[in-house]
Design a binder for this molecule. Structure first.
Ligand SMILES: Cc1cc2nc3c(=O)[nH]c(=O)nc-3n(C[C@H](O)[C@H](O)[C@H](O)COP(=O)(O)OP(=O)(O)OC[C@H]3O[C@@H](n4cnc5c(N)ncnc54)[C@H](O)[C@@H]3O)c2cc1C
Length: 444
């Protein structure tokens, strides 16, 4: 006799999604089969679920992206397979729940994540680069919708309860054991591990390979001689990452200088690949092409000469184009004095630093600002189509606990929802049985 319990370890983004999916699908399938409805319990170490969601997007929660391109994810092949399996399952679940045809279009929703939230009442709007934010502009709106859906489906929240280890079943078909920090033991027929990026080695059984998580998607530390003069200055520019004398990646967007290096979304995204020894090139003039920058400065000097009534200096030419501390740093990097007349050779010296101020990368900056951790359960250990751990029957992994991460833009939460929902549905299959679902599919 099983426990008829599905346990979710971690009530963050992936865990709450998994709980909704497991409770809704588990109840529907069990009722259709005249079987007992499984209990779904979310064990959360914190005093409340979803605190991690409230911190996202500066409190506004960039909960998804209009184009969740799988190629953007680390371990892209695994992410693509999971996102594809999720989309297929999301359609089937929606059809089963609403009685609509499986191929019915989702009103106002472009994919399964959007349909999931739209069906549960969340309204949103799209901002630049496809970023989706809840219409009320607060992360609480997303959490409220999730918690209401979980409660309506009968999922239970068990907060202030850290799980220290999930142990495999002692016999085939038997329950898994959850060891709690307070010494308690709980049993469950299926367990979804959604403990986030800092998932501990001890939490998952030894048979599940895990890469020690390390922070990424954060500020970059660089040599500080120039940047310390620019602390807290923001520019709309672009950053290029150079490795071995060749450009390796480029990100346009806001660049924020810090005493220790460079922050802002462009730096965060490049931090996913930057290594000590690489170089960052800050482009202060992304609208002007590399080859056209010197001519742009000469033309600017000609125009200014007419107004000033004299040949402009380098300082004159930079005034109004960049902030004064930036001008100072650019002149220092170009080896020019500010009072030097901006003639042809001066324009030729200034153009390259304006288009690519070089800073040597030393590593990550303030790791407390990193938005994700790279590492966790290795994707090869998990079936991409279900989220199931191959080596431990009944165990599923979702969200950042898996070694999948992505740039800023709503992609990390998109992954958390999609992989969480898929794991929740799969866990329900394992506990109440998938045959009824197969018949449902067969009937369509
Ligand atoms: C400041 C910040 C801003 C961000 N902004 C965005 C954004 O706007 N858009 C975006 O897409 N991504 C954003 N991210 C990334 C995003 O928050 C994560 O990728 C996402 O929350 C991962 O979901 P998850 O459920 O896997 O982990 P989490 O949301 O971190 O949830 C894990 C949960 O498990 C609990 N837990 C951990 N260990 C245990 C245990 N042993 N027992 C019980 N419970 C446990 C934790 O307390 C937590 O509640 C941001 C991250 C940060 C830090």
């Amino acid at each position: 006799m099983g426990t008829n319990v599905i346990a979710v370890v971690g009530g963050g983004a992936a865990g709450l999604a998994a709980a909704v999916a497991a409770a809704e699908a588990g109840a529907r399938t069990a009722r259709a089969a005249g079987a007992a409805v499984p209990r779904v319990v979310v064990y959360e170490a914190d005093e409340r679920v979803g605190r991690s969601i409230l911190a996202t997007g500066n409190g506004r929660c960039n909960f998804s992206n209009a184009d969740p391109d799988p190629a953007l994810y680390r371990n892209a092949a695994h992410a693509a397979a999971t996102l594809a399996a999720f989309e297929e399952r999301a359609r089937a679940e929606r059809a089963a729940a609403l009685g609509a045809g499986a191929d019915a279009a989702w009103p106002g929703a472009a994919n399964g994540v959007q349909a999931f939230f739209a069906d549960r009442g969340l309204a949103w709007r799209e901002e630049s680069e496809g970023r989706l934010y809840p219409l009320p502009n607060k992360a609480t709106a997303v959490l409220d919708v999730l918690r209401a859906a979980a409660a309506a489906a009968g999922a239970e929240e068990c907060c202030g309860t850290a799980v220290t280890a999930v142990e495999p079943a002692r016999r085939a078909g038997g329950p898994l054991t959850l060891r709690m920090a307070d010494g308690r033991l709980e049993r469950a027929d299926a367990v979804v591990v959604s403990a986030g990026g800092a998932v501990a080695r001890a939490l998952v059984p030894d048979a599940v390979p895990l890469r020690e998580p390390e922070p990424t998607l954060g500020p970059i530390a660089t040599e500080t001689r120039l940047v310390r003069q620019l602390d807290n200055i923001r520019v709309r520019g672009a950053l290029a990452l150079w490795r071995g004398g060749a450009p390796a990646a480029r990100e346009a967007g806001e660049v924020m200088f810090r005493k220790y290096g460079v922050s802002g979304i462009a730096a965060f995204n490049l931090s996913r690949m930057a290594r000590p020894g690489d170089e960052l090139a800050v482009d202060f003039l992304p609208a002007v092409g590399e080859d056209a920058a010197a001519a742009f400065l000469r033309e600017r000097a000609r125009a200014l000469a007419a107004t000033l009534g004299a040949a402009p200096t380098c300082e004159d030419a930079l005034r109004g184009l960049v902030l004064a501390p930036v001008a100072h740093v650019l002149l220092e990097a170009a080896g020019l004095r500010g009072d030097r007349v901006l003639d042809g050779p001066a324009a030729d010296a200034l153009a390259p630093v304006l288009k690519g101020l070089r800073l040597k990368v030393e590593g990550l900056g303030d790791v407390r600002q990193c938005q994700v951790r790279r590492g966790g359960v290795e994707v090869g250990a998990v079936d991409a189509a279900t989220g199931a751990c191959r080596a431990v029957p009944g165990l599923y992994v979702a969200g950042e606990a898996l070694d999948v991460d992505a740039p800023c833009g709503g992609y990390n939460l998109h992954w958390a929802w999609a992989s969480g929902l898929l794991a929740g549905w799969s866990a329900a299959d394992a506990v109440v049985g998938a045959p009824a679902r197969g018949e449902e599919r067969g009937r369509r």
